[in-house]
Design a protein around this ligand. Structure first.
Ligand SMILES: Cc1cc2nc3c(=O)[nH]c(=O)nc-3n(C[C@H](O)[C@H](O)[C@H](O)COP(=O)(O)OP(=O)(O)OC[C@H]3O[C@@H](n4cnc5c(N)ncnc54)[C@H](O)[C@@H]3O)c2cc1C
Length: 448
């Protein structure tokens, strides 16, 4: 099959590495026949998870057929290269929705399984892998294997969250959730500081199927961590009443046509945006209807918004801190960030439910914070190493699907089930054929 050597990156545009790309047309064409290979879905992981410097990268984008949809039971079987956007086009009109969705729909099914992605409903419904009924895989020796929570369960839970390192995910069977309408019923509540924000996210009277909070990362002092908590659920037909929004009209997406100069996002411009956003969104206490697109995927409305951060790219730092130390830990992280005067254009706080069953799954009961930080100089990496220290001190971890710079040592301390995962990985891929730039950086896949 023809290959092409070309520089590619993840969504954060850092790092950029030369990889040998191969684009199979069919699932049957996927072969584990290179000494080092990794599958790439839509390349929406931020760092180096879907990169393989000087090695093979199998693109799954053409392996994107929907194979079976049971509209009575809400069960979908599809090839792993199908995107969530393509699935939504088909299922929403039939009264079904994705059980879990990340903040962009331009991701592949395989990518969602491999990163065991979470959504705004993690505190109620867990992560993506909890809703996967089975996987069809190609292993390093070329053999095929079906796996699920009951069949070859160890391989299944090593693959869910396993960042593509156990084998090629070829097909995914997914349980969908029923919806009455395509609209969301949403409420916003403003909080003047982090303490209030935590209270809002924990309040049983406000809780809803989906919840998330936006944080003004530049607020300091008594206002440190001020933000807006946002709650929502799929609107019922009764809630929709007489309003007749067009349910299936996809949001128009405009591409950012050029890289913004690095200085465009600075404490002044972000501070002004944050003040405006806080007052506008925080004021929406009465429930209101929103289409599912702007509700779940607001950033998808601007194609290539990653160019906002300039040519050097950016890092998304996402961590989770277990419940008991979460408030103190998050406050410490926000202190460091605001003291550094490195503005984060996006800062999102979210409550997680119980730890998932994937051996390397990121979510654990507690709170997760995600920050987008432009790369201006190497000082950023020193700051992020400091943040790792705070996260470790509070028993937390960093999300591999967003990572581009964590150390192997910190990774081992953050993911206590790594050795268990490694045993399974070594049993089905003894030569560590499935490897990526991320796995080499974190020294994953071989005994230390
Ligand atoms: C705007 C934005 C918002 C996001 N919001 C969230 C969020 O709310 N929650 C969340 O959890 N994540 C979120 N993400 C991260 C994203 O959901 C994950 O990184 C996801 O894995 C990307 O899917 P992809 O198809 O682009 O995979 P890629 O980035 O191409 O690959 C990611 C990993 O999956 C593996 N992989 C992909 N396909 C296969 C396959 N067929 N077989 C084996 N391995 C495979 C790759 O090897 C790699 O390790 C967000 C990303 C963006 C850009």
């Amino acid at each position: 099959m023809p290959t092409l050597i070309t520089p590619i990156s993840g969504w954060g545009r850092y790092p950029v590495q030369s990889c040998e790309l191969e684009r199979p047309e069919r699932y049957a064409d996927f072969k584990a026949d290179a000494p080092s290979l990794i599958v790439r879905g839509q390349g929406r992981s931020y760092g180096d998870a879907s990169l393989n410097e000087n090695g093979r990268v199998l693109l799954s984008e053409r392996v994107n057929r929907m194979l079976e949809l049971d509209v009575e039971q809400g069960i979908l079987r599809a090839e792993a290269g199908v995107t969530l956007a393509e699935i939504l086009e088909v299922i929403v009109g039939k009264g079904w929705f994705l059980p879990v969705t990340p903040g962009t729909k331009f991701v592949s099914l395989g990518g969602c399984v491999a990163a065991d992605v979470h959504g705004k409903n993690h505190h109620h419904e867990g992560s993506f892998g909890d809703h996967v009924l089975s996987l069809a895989m190609i292993l390093a020796d070329g053999s095929r294997m079906n796996c699920s929570a009951t069949e070859n369960a160890a391989v299944f839970w090593a693959t869910v969250g396993g960042m593509g390192l156990t084998g090629i995910i070829g097909e995914v069977t997914l349980k969908l959730v029923p919806i009455q309408t395509s609209q969301m019923m949403v409420r916003h509540h403003a909080a003047i500081n982090l303490e209030q924000l935590f209270k809002l996210l924990q309040a049983p009277t406000l809780d809803d199927r989906y919840s998330v909070a936006w944080i003004d990362s530049l607020a300091t002092g008594r206002n440190l961590g001020r933000g807006v908590a946002m709650f929502g659920h799929h609107a019922t037909t009764a809630e929709l009443g007489n309003s007749k929004p067009n349910p299936h009209k996809p949001a128009r997406s405009r591409n950012l046509p050029f890289d913004l100069p690095a200085f465009a996002l600075n404490p002044l411009s972000i501070g002004a945006f944050n003040a405006l956003y806080y007052h506008k969104e925080g004021g929406k206490q009465d429930p209101f209807l929103s289409g599912y697109d702007p509700y779940f995927y607001p950033l998808d409305a601007i194609g290539q918004w990653n160019r906002l951060y300039g040519k050097r790219g950016f890092v998304q730092y996402q961590c989770v801190i277990p419940e008991h130390g979460a408030h103190e830990g998050m406050a410490a992280l926000l202190h460091e960030l605001s003291a550094s005067r490195r503005p984060s254009f996006l800062a999102v706080l979210k409550r997680f439910g119980a730890q998932g069953r994937g051996m390397l799954s990121f979510p654990t009961a507690g709170y997760t914070l995600a920050l987008d930080l432009p790369i201006r100089d190497s000082g950023l990496f020193a700051l992020l190493a400091k943040l790792d220290g705070i996260v470790l001190q509070h028993g937390g971890r960093v999300y591999l699907a967003k990572d581009a710079r964590l150390s192997a040592e910190s990774f081992r301390s953050m993911y206590p089930r790594y050795e268990e995962w490694l045993k399974i990985k070594s049993s089905i891929d003894p030569d560590n054929r499935f490897s990526s730039s991320l796995s080499r950086r974190l020294n994953m896949g071989r005994p230390a």
